[in-house]
Each structure stands twice: as C-alpha cells, then as structure tokens.
Design a protein around this ligand. Structure first.
Ligand code: NAD
Ligand code: IPM
Ligand code: MN
Length: 370
C-alpha cells in the first residue's frame, strides 16, 4: 500500500513539546517495525501569526485536505490577546474543523488502572471508567449567525452569539454516537437543554426519531446538560456514550478529563463525512490547550498527544495492532509509577515530558520483543 500522508501541526505553547514525543514514537515505529509515513509539518496559531501574519494559511488547509490524517497539537498564546478577534491563534483549529467538515469530535475519557487514585474524585468512583463523549464541532453557538458586537443607540454595546442546529447536523453526529455505542456498551445519553432552548428541543426530537427509525437496538436516554455535569461527578460510570452539541461537549469533556486524572490524559479524534472516494477527513488532537502556564518548562504531560496518535492509527489507518501497542505501552509506563506533575501522587516518580516519552518507547521495545 502507498505511504500514508500525515500533516503535523504542533502549534503553540506545549504543543511542540508534546509533539516531539510523538516524533520519538514515529522514529521507533520506523526503526523497529519498518513503518514510515510521508510527513509534512507546518505552522498554525500564534506560531503562524508570528511568521505569516495569519493564524492559518490557505496552503495549510489545502495540505490538511490532501493528507490522509492531521495530527494537531494546540493553539493559543496570551501574546496575541490584544491582536484583535480575527487574529486569534484559536482560529486555526476552528477553521480546520469548518473547512474539512470535521463534525464529530470523539473524546474518550478512560481511566487507566494505575491512575485511579490520580483523580480528585475517590478512586472507587472512577476506577474502570470508560466514557466516549461525542461532541458536535462545526455547528451550534460557535458558528451560528447572527454574531458580533454591536453598539446600541444609547452607546451601550451588546455581544451576540446564536445557537443553531439543523436536523441534518443533529442526525449525522447522532449517527456517529449510535454506531460507536454498538461497538461498546450499546448505550447513548443525548445531552441538551430542551427545557430552555429551541435548538435543544429540536436536538432531542431528532435524536429520538433517528433512534426509533434505525437504532432501536441501542439504549437511548436524554439528560439536561446541567444535570449531566453533576452526574459526571456523582456517578460517572453510569455513562457509555454521551452525544451533545459544541459548547456543552467542550465543557463536559474538560470536566470528564479530570475523572481520568488530568486534562493532559485525554486524546480526541475529529471526523468528517466519508467522501465519494471512501476517504474520511480526520484530525487528531489532545482536548487540552497550549497550557501557557507550563509551556517551555519541559513538564507537560505528553500522553494525551501520544494517545491521539494512537487514535489516528486506529481510526484513519486501521493499524489496530500498532494503536493497541502504544496504548499498552502507556498503561505499562503508568503502572511502573512514572508520573508527570499533573498526575502526580505520593510515592510515584515525577518526570518531565521527555522522560515520559522515552519511557513509552522503552515499553514499546519490550512489547515488540515479546
Ligand atoms: P489549557 O488546556 O491550555 O490548560 C488548562 C490547565 O491544564 C493549565 O493549568 C495547564 O497547565 C493544564 N494542562 C493542560 N494540558 C496539560 C498537559 N498536557 N500536561 C499538564 N498540564 C496540562 O486551557 P487554558 O489555559 O484555558 O487555555 C490556554 C490556551 O489554549 C488558550 O489560548 C485557549 O484558547 C487554548 N486552547 C486551545 C485548544 C486547542 O488547540 N484545541 C484547546 C483548549 C484551549
Ligand atoms: C477545544 C478548544 C477549542 C474549542 C478552542 C481553542 C477553539 O477549547 O478544542 O476544546 O473551544 O473547541
Ligand atoms: Mn476545550
């Protein structure tokens, strides 16, 4: 088969630091398993603003379209806080999702056994947790019109954003959730605020109808978003797949990450629609941001980025064995007691980004040697 084309976009802050640890794993794959990718790397976010004056160039979007998969780090840098709303580093990821039609963001919150005591919640509440949050990513209040800031006749101003969801937008993301559920515990919880918002009411209706028509074998429940936030802390293991809109999904997945020990543990895959040639655009990134507070200190947890690469191998390249090896290597490193500061607990060895990455490669070596 042809060499797979991979576009790598490290971005800002800790992005490049944790992406280096993925590069270490790719070098190992080449060395130990003879697996090579056709890799292009480019600038996005503040890094692109600094060199090109824009958060993302059209060229990069074209590269992303041409690639078999995109591996993204994170964007955002306080340096650009006063550069203007249309020169935010964050535009890079929003535009990539929009331009590639990446509508379904899969955010698995899985607790590694060794990390059951790393969460701020009691270990018995989170042990064994395995949730998949499916977050819609190209619609909702992030993109709805009208939007903007207006000055009113009395001189006061108002900021406007609009939550909009159409039936096809709701259906396609719900389909992803139901299909995933069938391969898991076969349960979907659909989350909105139908008690307040018409977009939520439509969301609930569309999911209910689709379920009755095509997915009656899957267990479907509905939950209001505020209650869902509470339930995720009270008894997170009640959930299997959660499907929700853009903003609620953003909030609930950061919350869910802390059940696994740290925001630095959660990978994600953002998938588009399968095209006429059977290709599916896909971007993989940790759910966390550029972490300016720890950037440059060599202490960021690289595991969310590494696990995002494992998801890429699984979902885009169907390299199931390689994906599983990486996930097992991560589990083993954690079982051996290695911890970056964010997942630290007493009696464990605190290490930095690079030592964590090297340890994953060492475990890969052991797995390879059987
Ligand atoms: P953040 O996710 O960057 O960080 C929140 C907290 O978690 C910080 O204390 C940080 O140190 C910690 N953290 C995050 N990732 C970590 C890791 N891998 N290892 C250890 N600790 C980690 O969120 P924020 O501080 O609100 O935002 C910072 C910037 O990142 C903003 O500009 C924001 O817009 C951007 N952002 C980008 C993305 C993305 O690129 N997809 C996602 C979220 C936030
Ligand atoms: C995420 C981030 C982004 C979002 C920002 C950086 C635009 O928080 O990927 O979770 O809100 O979608
Ligand atoms: Mn977020």
């Amino acid at each position: 088969s042809e060499t797979k084309k991979l576009l790598i976009l490290p971005g800002d802050g800790i992005g490049p630091e944790i992406m280096r640890e993925v590069a270490r794993i790719m070098a190992w794959m080449s060395r130990a398993r003879g697996i090579n990718f056709d890799i292009t790397e480019d600038l996005v976010g503040g890094a692109s603003l600094a060199v090109h004056g824009v958060p993302i160039r059209q060229e990069v979007i074209d590269e992303a379209r041409a690639a078999d998969a995109v591996l993204f780090g994170s964007v955002g840098d306080p340096k650009w806080a006063s550069a203007g709303f249309d020169r935010r580093p964050e535009i890079a990821i929003l535009k990539l999702r929009q331009e590639l039609g990446l509508f379904a963001n899969l955010r698995p919150a899985k607790v590694f056994d060794a990390l059951a005591d790393a969460s701020t919640l009691k270990p018995e509440v989170v042990r064994g947790l395995d949730i998949m949050i499916v977050r819609e990513t190209v619609g909702g209040i992030y993109f709805g019109e009208p939007r903007g800031i207006e000055t009113l006749p009395d001189g006061s101003r108002r900021g406007i954003n609009t939550e909009v969801y159409t039936t096809p937008e709701i259906e396609r993301v719900a389909r992803v959730a139901f299909d995933l559920a069938r391969k898991r515990d076969n349960r979907v919880c659909s989350v909105e605020k139908c008690n307040v918002m018409e977009s939520g009411l439509l969301w609930k209706e569309v999911v209910t109808d689709l379920h009755a028509r095509e997915y009656a074998d899957v267990e479907l429940t509905h939950m209001l978003a505020d209650n869902c936030a509470m339930q995720l802390v009270r008894n997170p293991r009640q959930f299997d797949v959660i499907v929700t809109g853009n903003l609620f999904g953003d909030l609930l997945s950061d919350l869910a990450s802390m059940l696994t020990g740290s925001l630095g543990m959660l990978p994600s895959a953002t998938l588009g629609a399968v095209d006429a040639n059977g290709r599916r655009p896909a971007l993989y990134e940790p759910i966390h941001g550029s972490a300016p507070d720890i950037a440059g200190k060599g202490q960021a947890n690289p595991l969310a980025q590494i696990l995002s690469f494992a998801m890429l191998l699984r979902y885009s390249f169907n390299m199931l064995e390689d994906a599983a090896m990486i996930e097992t290597a991560v589990a083993n490193v954690l079982a051996n007691g290695l911890r970056t500061p964010d997942i630290m607990s007493p009696g464990m060895a605190v290490v930095g980004t690079e030592v964590m990455g090297e340890a994953v490669v060492r475990e890969l070596d052991k797995l390879q040697q059987g």
